[in-house]
Write a protein that binds this ligand. Structure first.
Ligand code: UGA
Length: 464
C-alpha cells in the first residue's frame, strides 16, 4: 500500500506494527508521527499548545516540510494517525512513547529540560501498562538516567518504564526524507530487547548503532558539533581566500574531493545558524565545562562562526561607508534555504546589526515565517533592491541565482552586491555594471603582499 505522496520514494513498511504515542508536534514530533504512521504504526500525537493543535486539526501544518502535509492527510484519513491535547488519551494504548519536545538553550549554554521533565512525568503517571519511553529530543548525556529517577515517583508500582535514547538526525527542509532514509539510527538502551523493540519502529534495513544511553546522547551532540567545526573550518579558509586573492569555492571543492574529508558541510557562507547547531555546540561546551574539561575545538567553531557573521557586516560597512540612513536591500532571512525557519538565523542577526548602525533595510525571503524585523519586508526581491545603495544576499535560495542583474542594476541606487552565500554568477553581474563582493572570493593580484614571503625564500635559495 502506498502511504506516501509522490515524488518521495516509498519506505518499506514495518513487519510488526506498534501503537505509538508521540509527545510534541514540532519539526521532530510531527515528522516522526506522520512517518511512523506511514510505515504502518498506529500513532497518537499529543500537542499541548491549543493554537498549534487547532491549526493541525483544521488541516494546516504549523511547519513547512516537503511531503509532510500529504503524509499527515493520508494517514489521518486512513485512521493510523490522530492528534490530541491529552497525554492520557495519547498513551492509553501505547507500547512506545516518543518524547519530541523542545530543549531550548539557557543563557548558560546548557539546555532547559523543563518541557522534557514535565512530559516524561505526565507519561509516567498516565501509563496503564509497561512502556518504552524514547527520548528523541536532543539532550545532554545523563538525561535518560535523570528521567529514570524523576519518573520513578510517578509511575504505578506494577508498571515498568524503560527510558531509551534515540536521537533524531533529520535536517529541516528534508525531514521526511531523512526520517525514512537516515544514514543511521542510534539507540541507547539498558538492554538488547529494549533496543530492538525501538529499532523495530523503523523501516528494516537501516544501519543501526546500538549502545549505552550516555553514548547515544553524546553521539547527537558530537555529530552536530563536528558539522559546526567543519563549517567554521570552511569559513576560516574562505576568510583566508578573501585576503589571499584565492577563490574559496575552488579551494573548498578541492579540499572536499578527498574521500577522507568529503564535500558535505564545507560550504562557506555567513555562518551556521538554526535551532540546532548553535544550541548543540553550546550544550557540548557546557557538558564539558561541567566535568572540568575544555572543549576547545567546539569553542573555536563558535568563535569563528561569530567572526564570520561579523565579516559580512564589516564587508557591508566597507562597501557603503557610513550605514546611517543608507538604504540596503536584503535577500534571505531563513537560517538556510529550503525552510521557513528563522530561529537563530544569521541573516536576521545581520539585519539587526545593520539596522542598529542606522541603515534602512528592505528585506525579502520566499518562505520565511513571521519574524520581528527592524526593516520592512517586501514580497518581491526586485522591490528589496529598489533604491538600495547595496544589495546583500544572506540565504542561498536558488531563486536568487535566477535574478536578472540588468533589472537589479536599473532599480538600485548603487552598484554593490554583497553575496555572502556564493549563489550569484559574478560574471553576469559584472556585465550588468554591478560589482559583486562575494564573501570568500579574493581578487587575484600579482602584486599581492602574499607573494613577498615565497619570493624572499626563493631568492634566498637562489643566492645560497
Ligand atoms: C542539523 C543537522 O544537520 C541535523 O542532522 C540534525 O538532526 C539537526 O541539526 C538537529 O539537531 O535537529 P538543521 O539545523 O536542519 O540540521 O540544518 P543544517 O542543514 O545542518 O544547517 C545548519 C546551518 O549550517 C545552516 O545555517 C546552514 O546554512 C549552515 N551550513 C550548512 C553552512 O553554512 N555550510 C554548509 O556547508 C552546510
Amino acid at each position: 500500500m502506498n502511504h506516501f505522496a509522490p515524488p518521495m520514494p516509498l519506505p518499506v513498511p514495518v513487519t510488526r506494527p506498534n501503537t505509538v504515542c508521540v509527545i510534541g508536534a514540532g519539526y521532530v514530533g510531527l515528522t516522526a508521527a506522520a512517518c511512523l504512521a506511514a510505515v504502518g504504526h498506529q500513532v497518537q500525537c499529543v500537542e499541548s499548545d491549543p493554537a498549534r493543535l487547532a491549526e493541525i486539526n483544521s488541516g494546516q501544518l504549523p511547519i513547512v516540510e516537503p511531503g509532510l502535509a500529504e503524509l499527515v492527510a493520508i494517514n489521518r484519513a486512513a485512521g493510523r494517525l490522530g492528534f490530541t491535547a491529552s497525554v492520557q488519551e495519547g498513551v492509553s494504548q501505547a507500547q512506545v512513547a516518543l518524547l519530541c519536545v523542545g530543549t531550548p538553550p539557557r543563557a548558560s549554554g546548557d539546555p532547559d529540560l523543563r518541557q522534557l521533565a514535565t512530559a516524561a512525568r505526565q507519561l509516567a503517571s498516565a501509563a496503564l501498562r509497561d512502556l518504552i519511553v524514547v527520548i528523541k529530543s536532543t539532550v545532554p548525556p545523563g538525561t535518560c538516567e535523570a528521567m529514570d529517577v524523576l519518573c520513578a515517583e510517578d509511575a504505578r508500582a506494577d508498571i515498568e518504564l524503560r527510558i531509551v535514547s534515540n536521537p533524531e538526525f533529520l535536517r529541516e527542509g528534508r525531514a521526511v526524507e531523512d526520517f525514512f532514509f537516515p544514514d543511521r539510527i542510534v539507540i541507547g538502551a539498558e538492554d538488547d530487547a529494549t533496543a530492538h523493540a525501538v529499532l523495530e519502529l523503523y523501516p528494516p534495513g537501516t544501519r543501526a548503532v546500538l549502545c549505552d544511553r550516555r553514548s547515544a546522547e553524546l553521539i547527537k551532540y558530537a555529530a552536530n558539533t563536528f558539522l559546526a567545526v567543519k563549517i567554521s573550518f570552511a569559513n576560516e579558509i574562505a576568510a583566508l581566500c578573501q585576503h589571499l586573492g584565492a577563490d574559496s569555492d575552488s579551494v573548498l571543492a578541492g579540499v572536499g574531493s578527498d574521500a577522507r574529508i568529503g564535500p558535505a558541510f564545507l560550504g562557506a557562507g555567513p555562518g551556521f545558524g538554526g535551532a540546532c547547531l548553535p544550541k548543540d555546540v553550546a550544550g557540548l561546551i557546557a557538558t564539558a565545562d561541567s566535568l572540568g574539561l575544555d572543549a576547545r575545538l567546539a569553542k573555536a567553531a563558535r568563535a569563528v562562526n561569530f567572526d564570520t557573521r561579523q565579516r559580512v557586516i564589516t564587508t557591508v560597512h566597507a562597501a557603503v561607508g557610513s550605514l546611517a540612513a543608507t538604504r540596503i536591500g536584503v535577500l534571505g532571512l531563513t537560517f538556510k534555504p529550503g525552510t521557513d525557519d528563522v530561529r537563530d538565523s544569521v541573516a536576521v542577526a545581520v539585519v539587526d546589526a545593520l539596522s542598529g548602525a542606522g541603515a534602512f533595510l528592505s528585506c525579502h525571503d520566499p518562505l520565511a515565517g513571521p519574524v520581528a524585523l527592524p526593516g520592512h519586508r517586501v514580497s518581491d526581491p526586485y522591490q528589496a533592491a529598489a533604491g538600495a545603495v547595496a544589495l546583500l544576499i544572506l540565504t542561498a535560495w536558488p531563486d536568487y541565482a535566477r535574478l536578472d542583474p540588468y533589472r537589479l542594476a536599473e532599480t538600485m541606487n548603487g552598484n554593490v552586491v554583497i553575496d555572502a552565500t556564493s549563489v550569484l554568477d559574478v560574471g553576469a553581474y559584472h556585465d550588468a555594471g554591478l560589482e559583486v563582493l562575494a564573501i570568500g572570493a579574493g581578487i587575484p593580484d600579482s602584486y599581492h603582499p602574499v607573494i613577498v614571503g615565497p619570493l624572499h625564500w626563493a631568492l634566498d635559495a637562489a643566492l645560497a
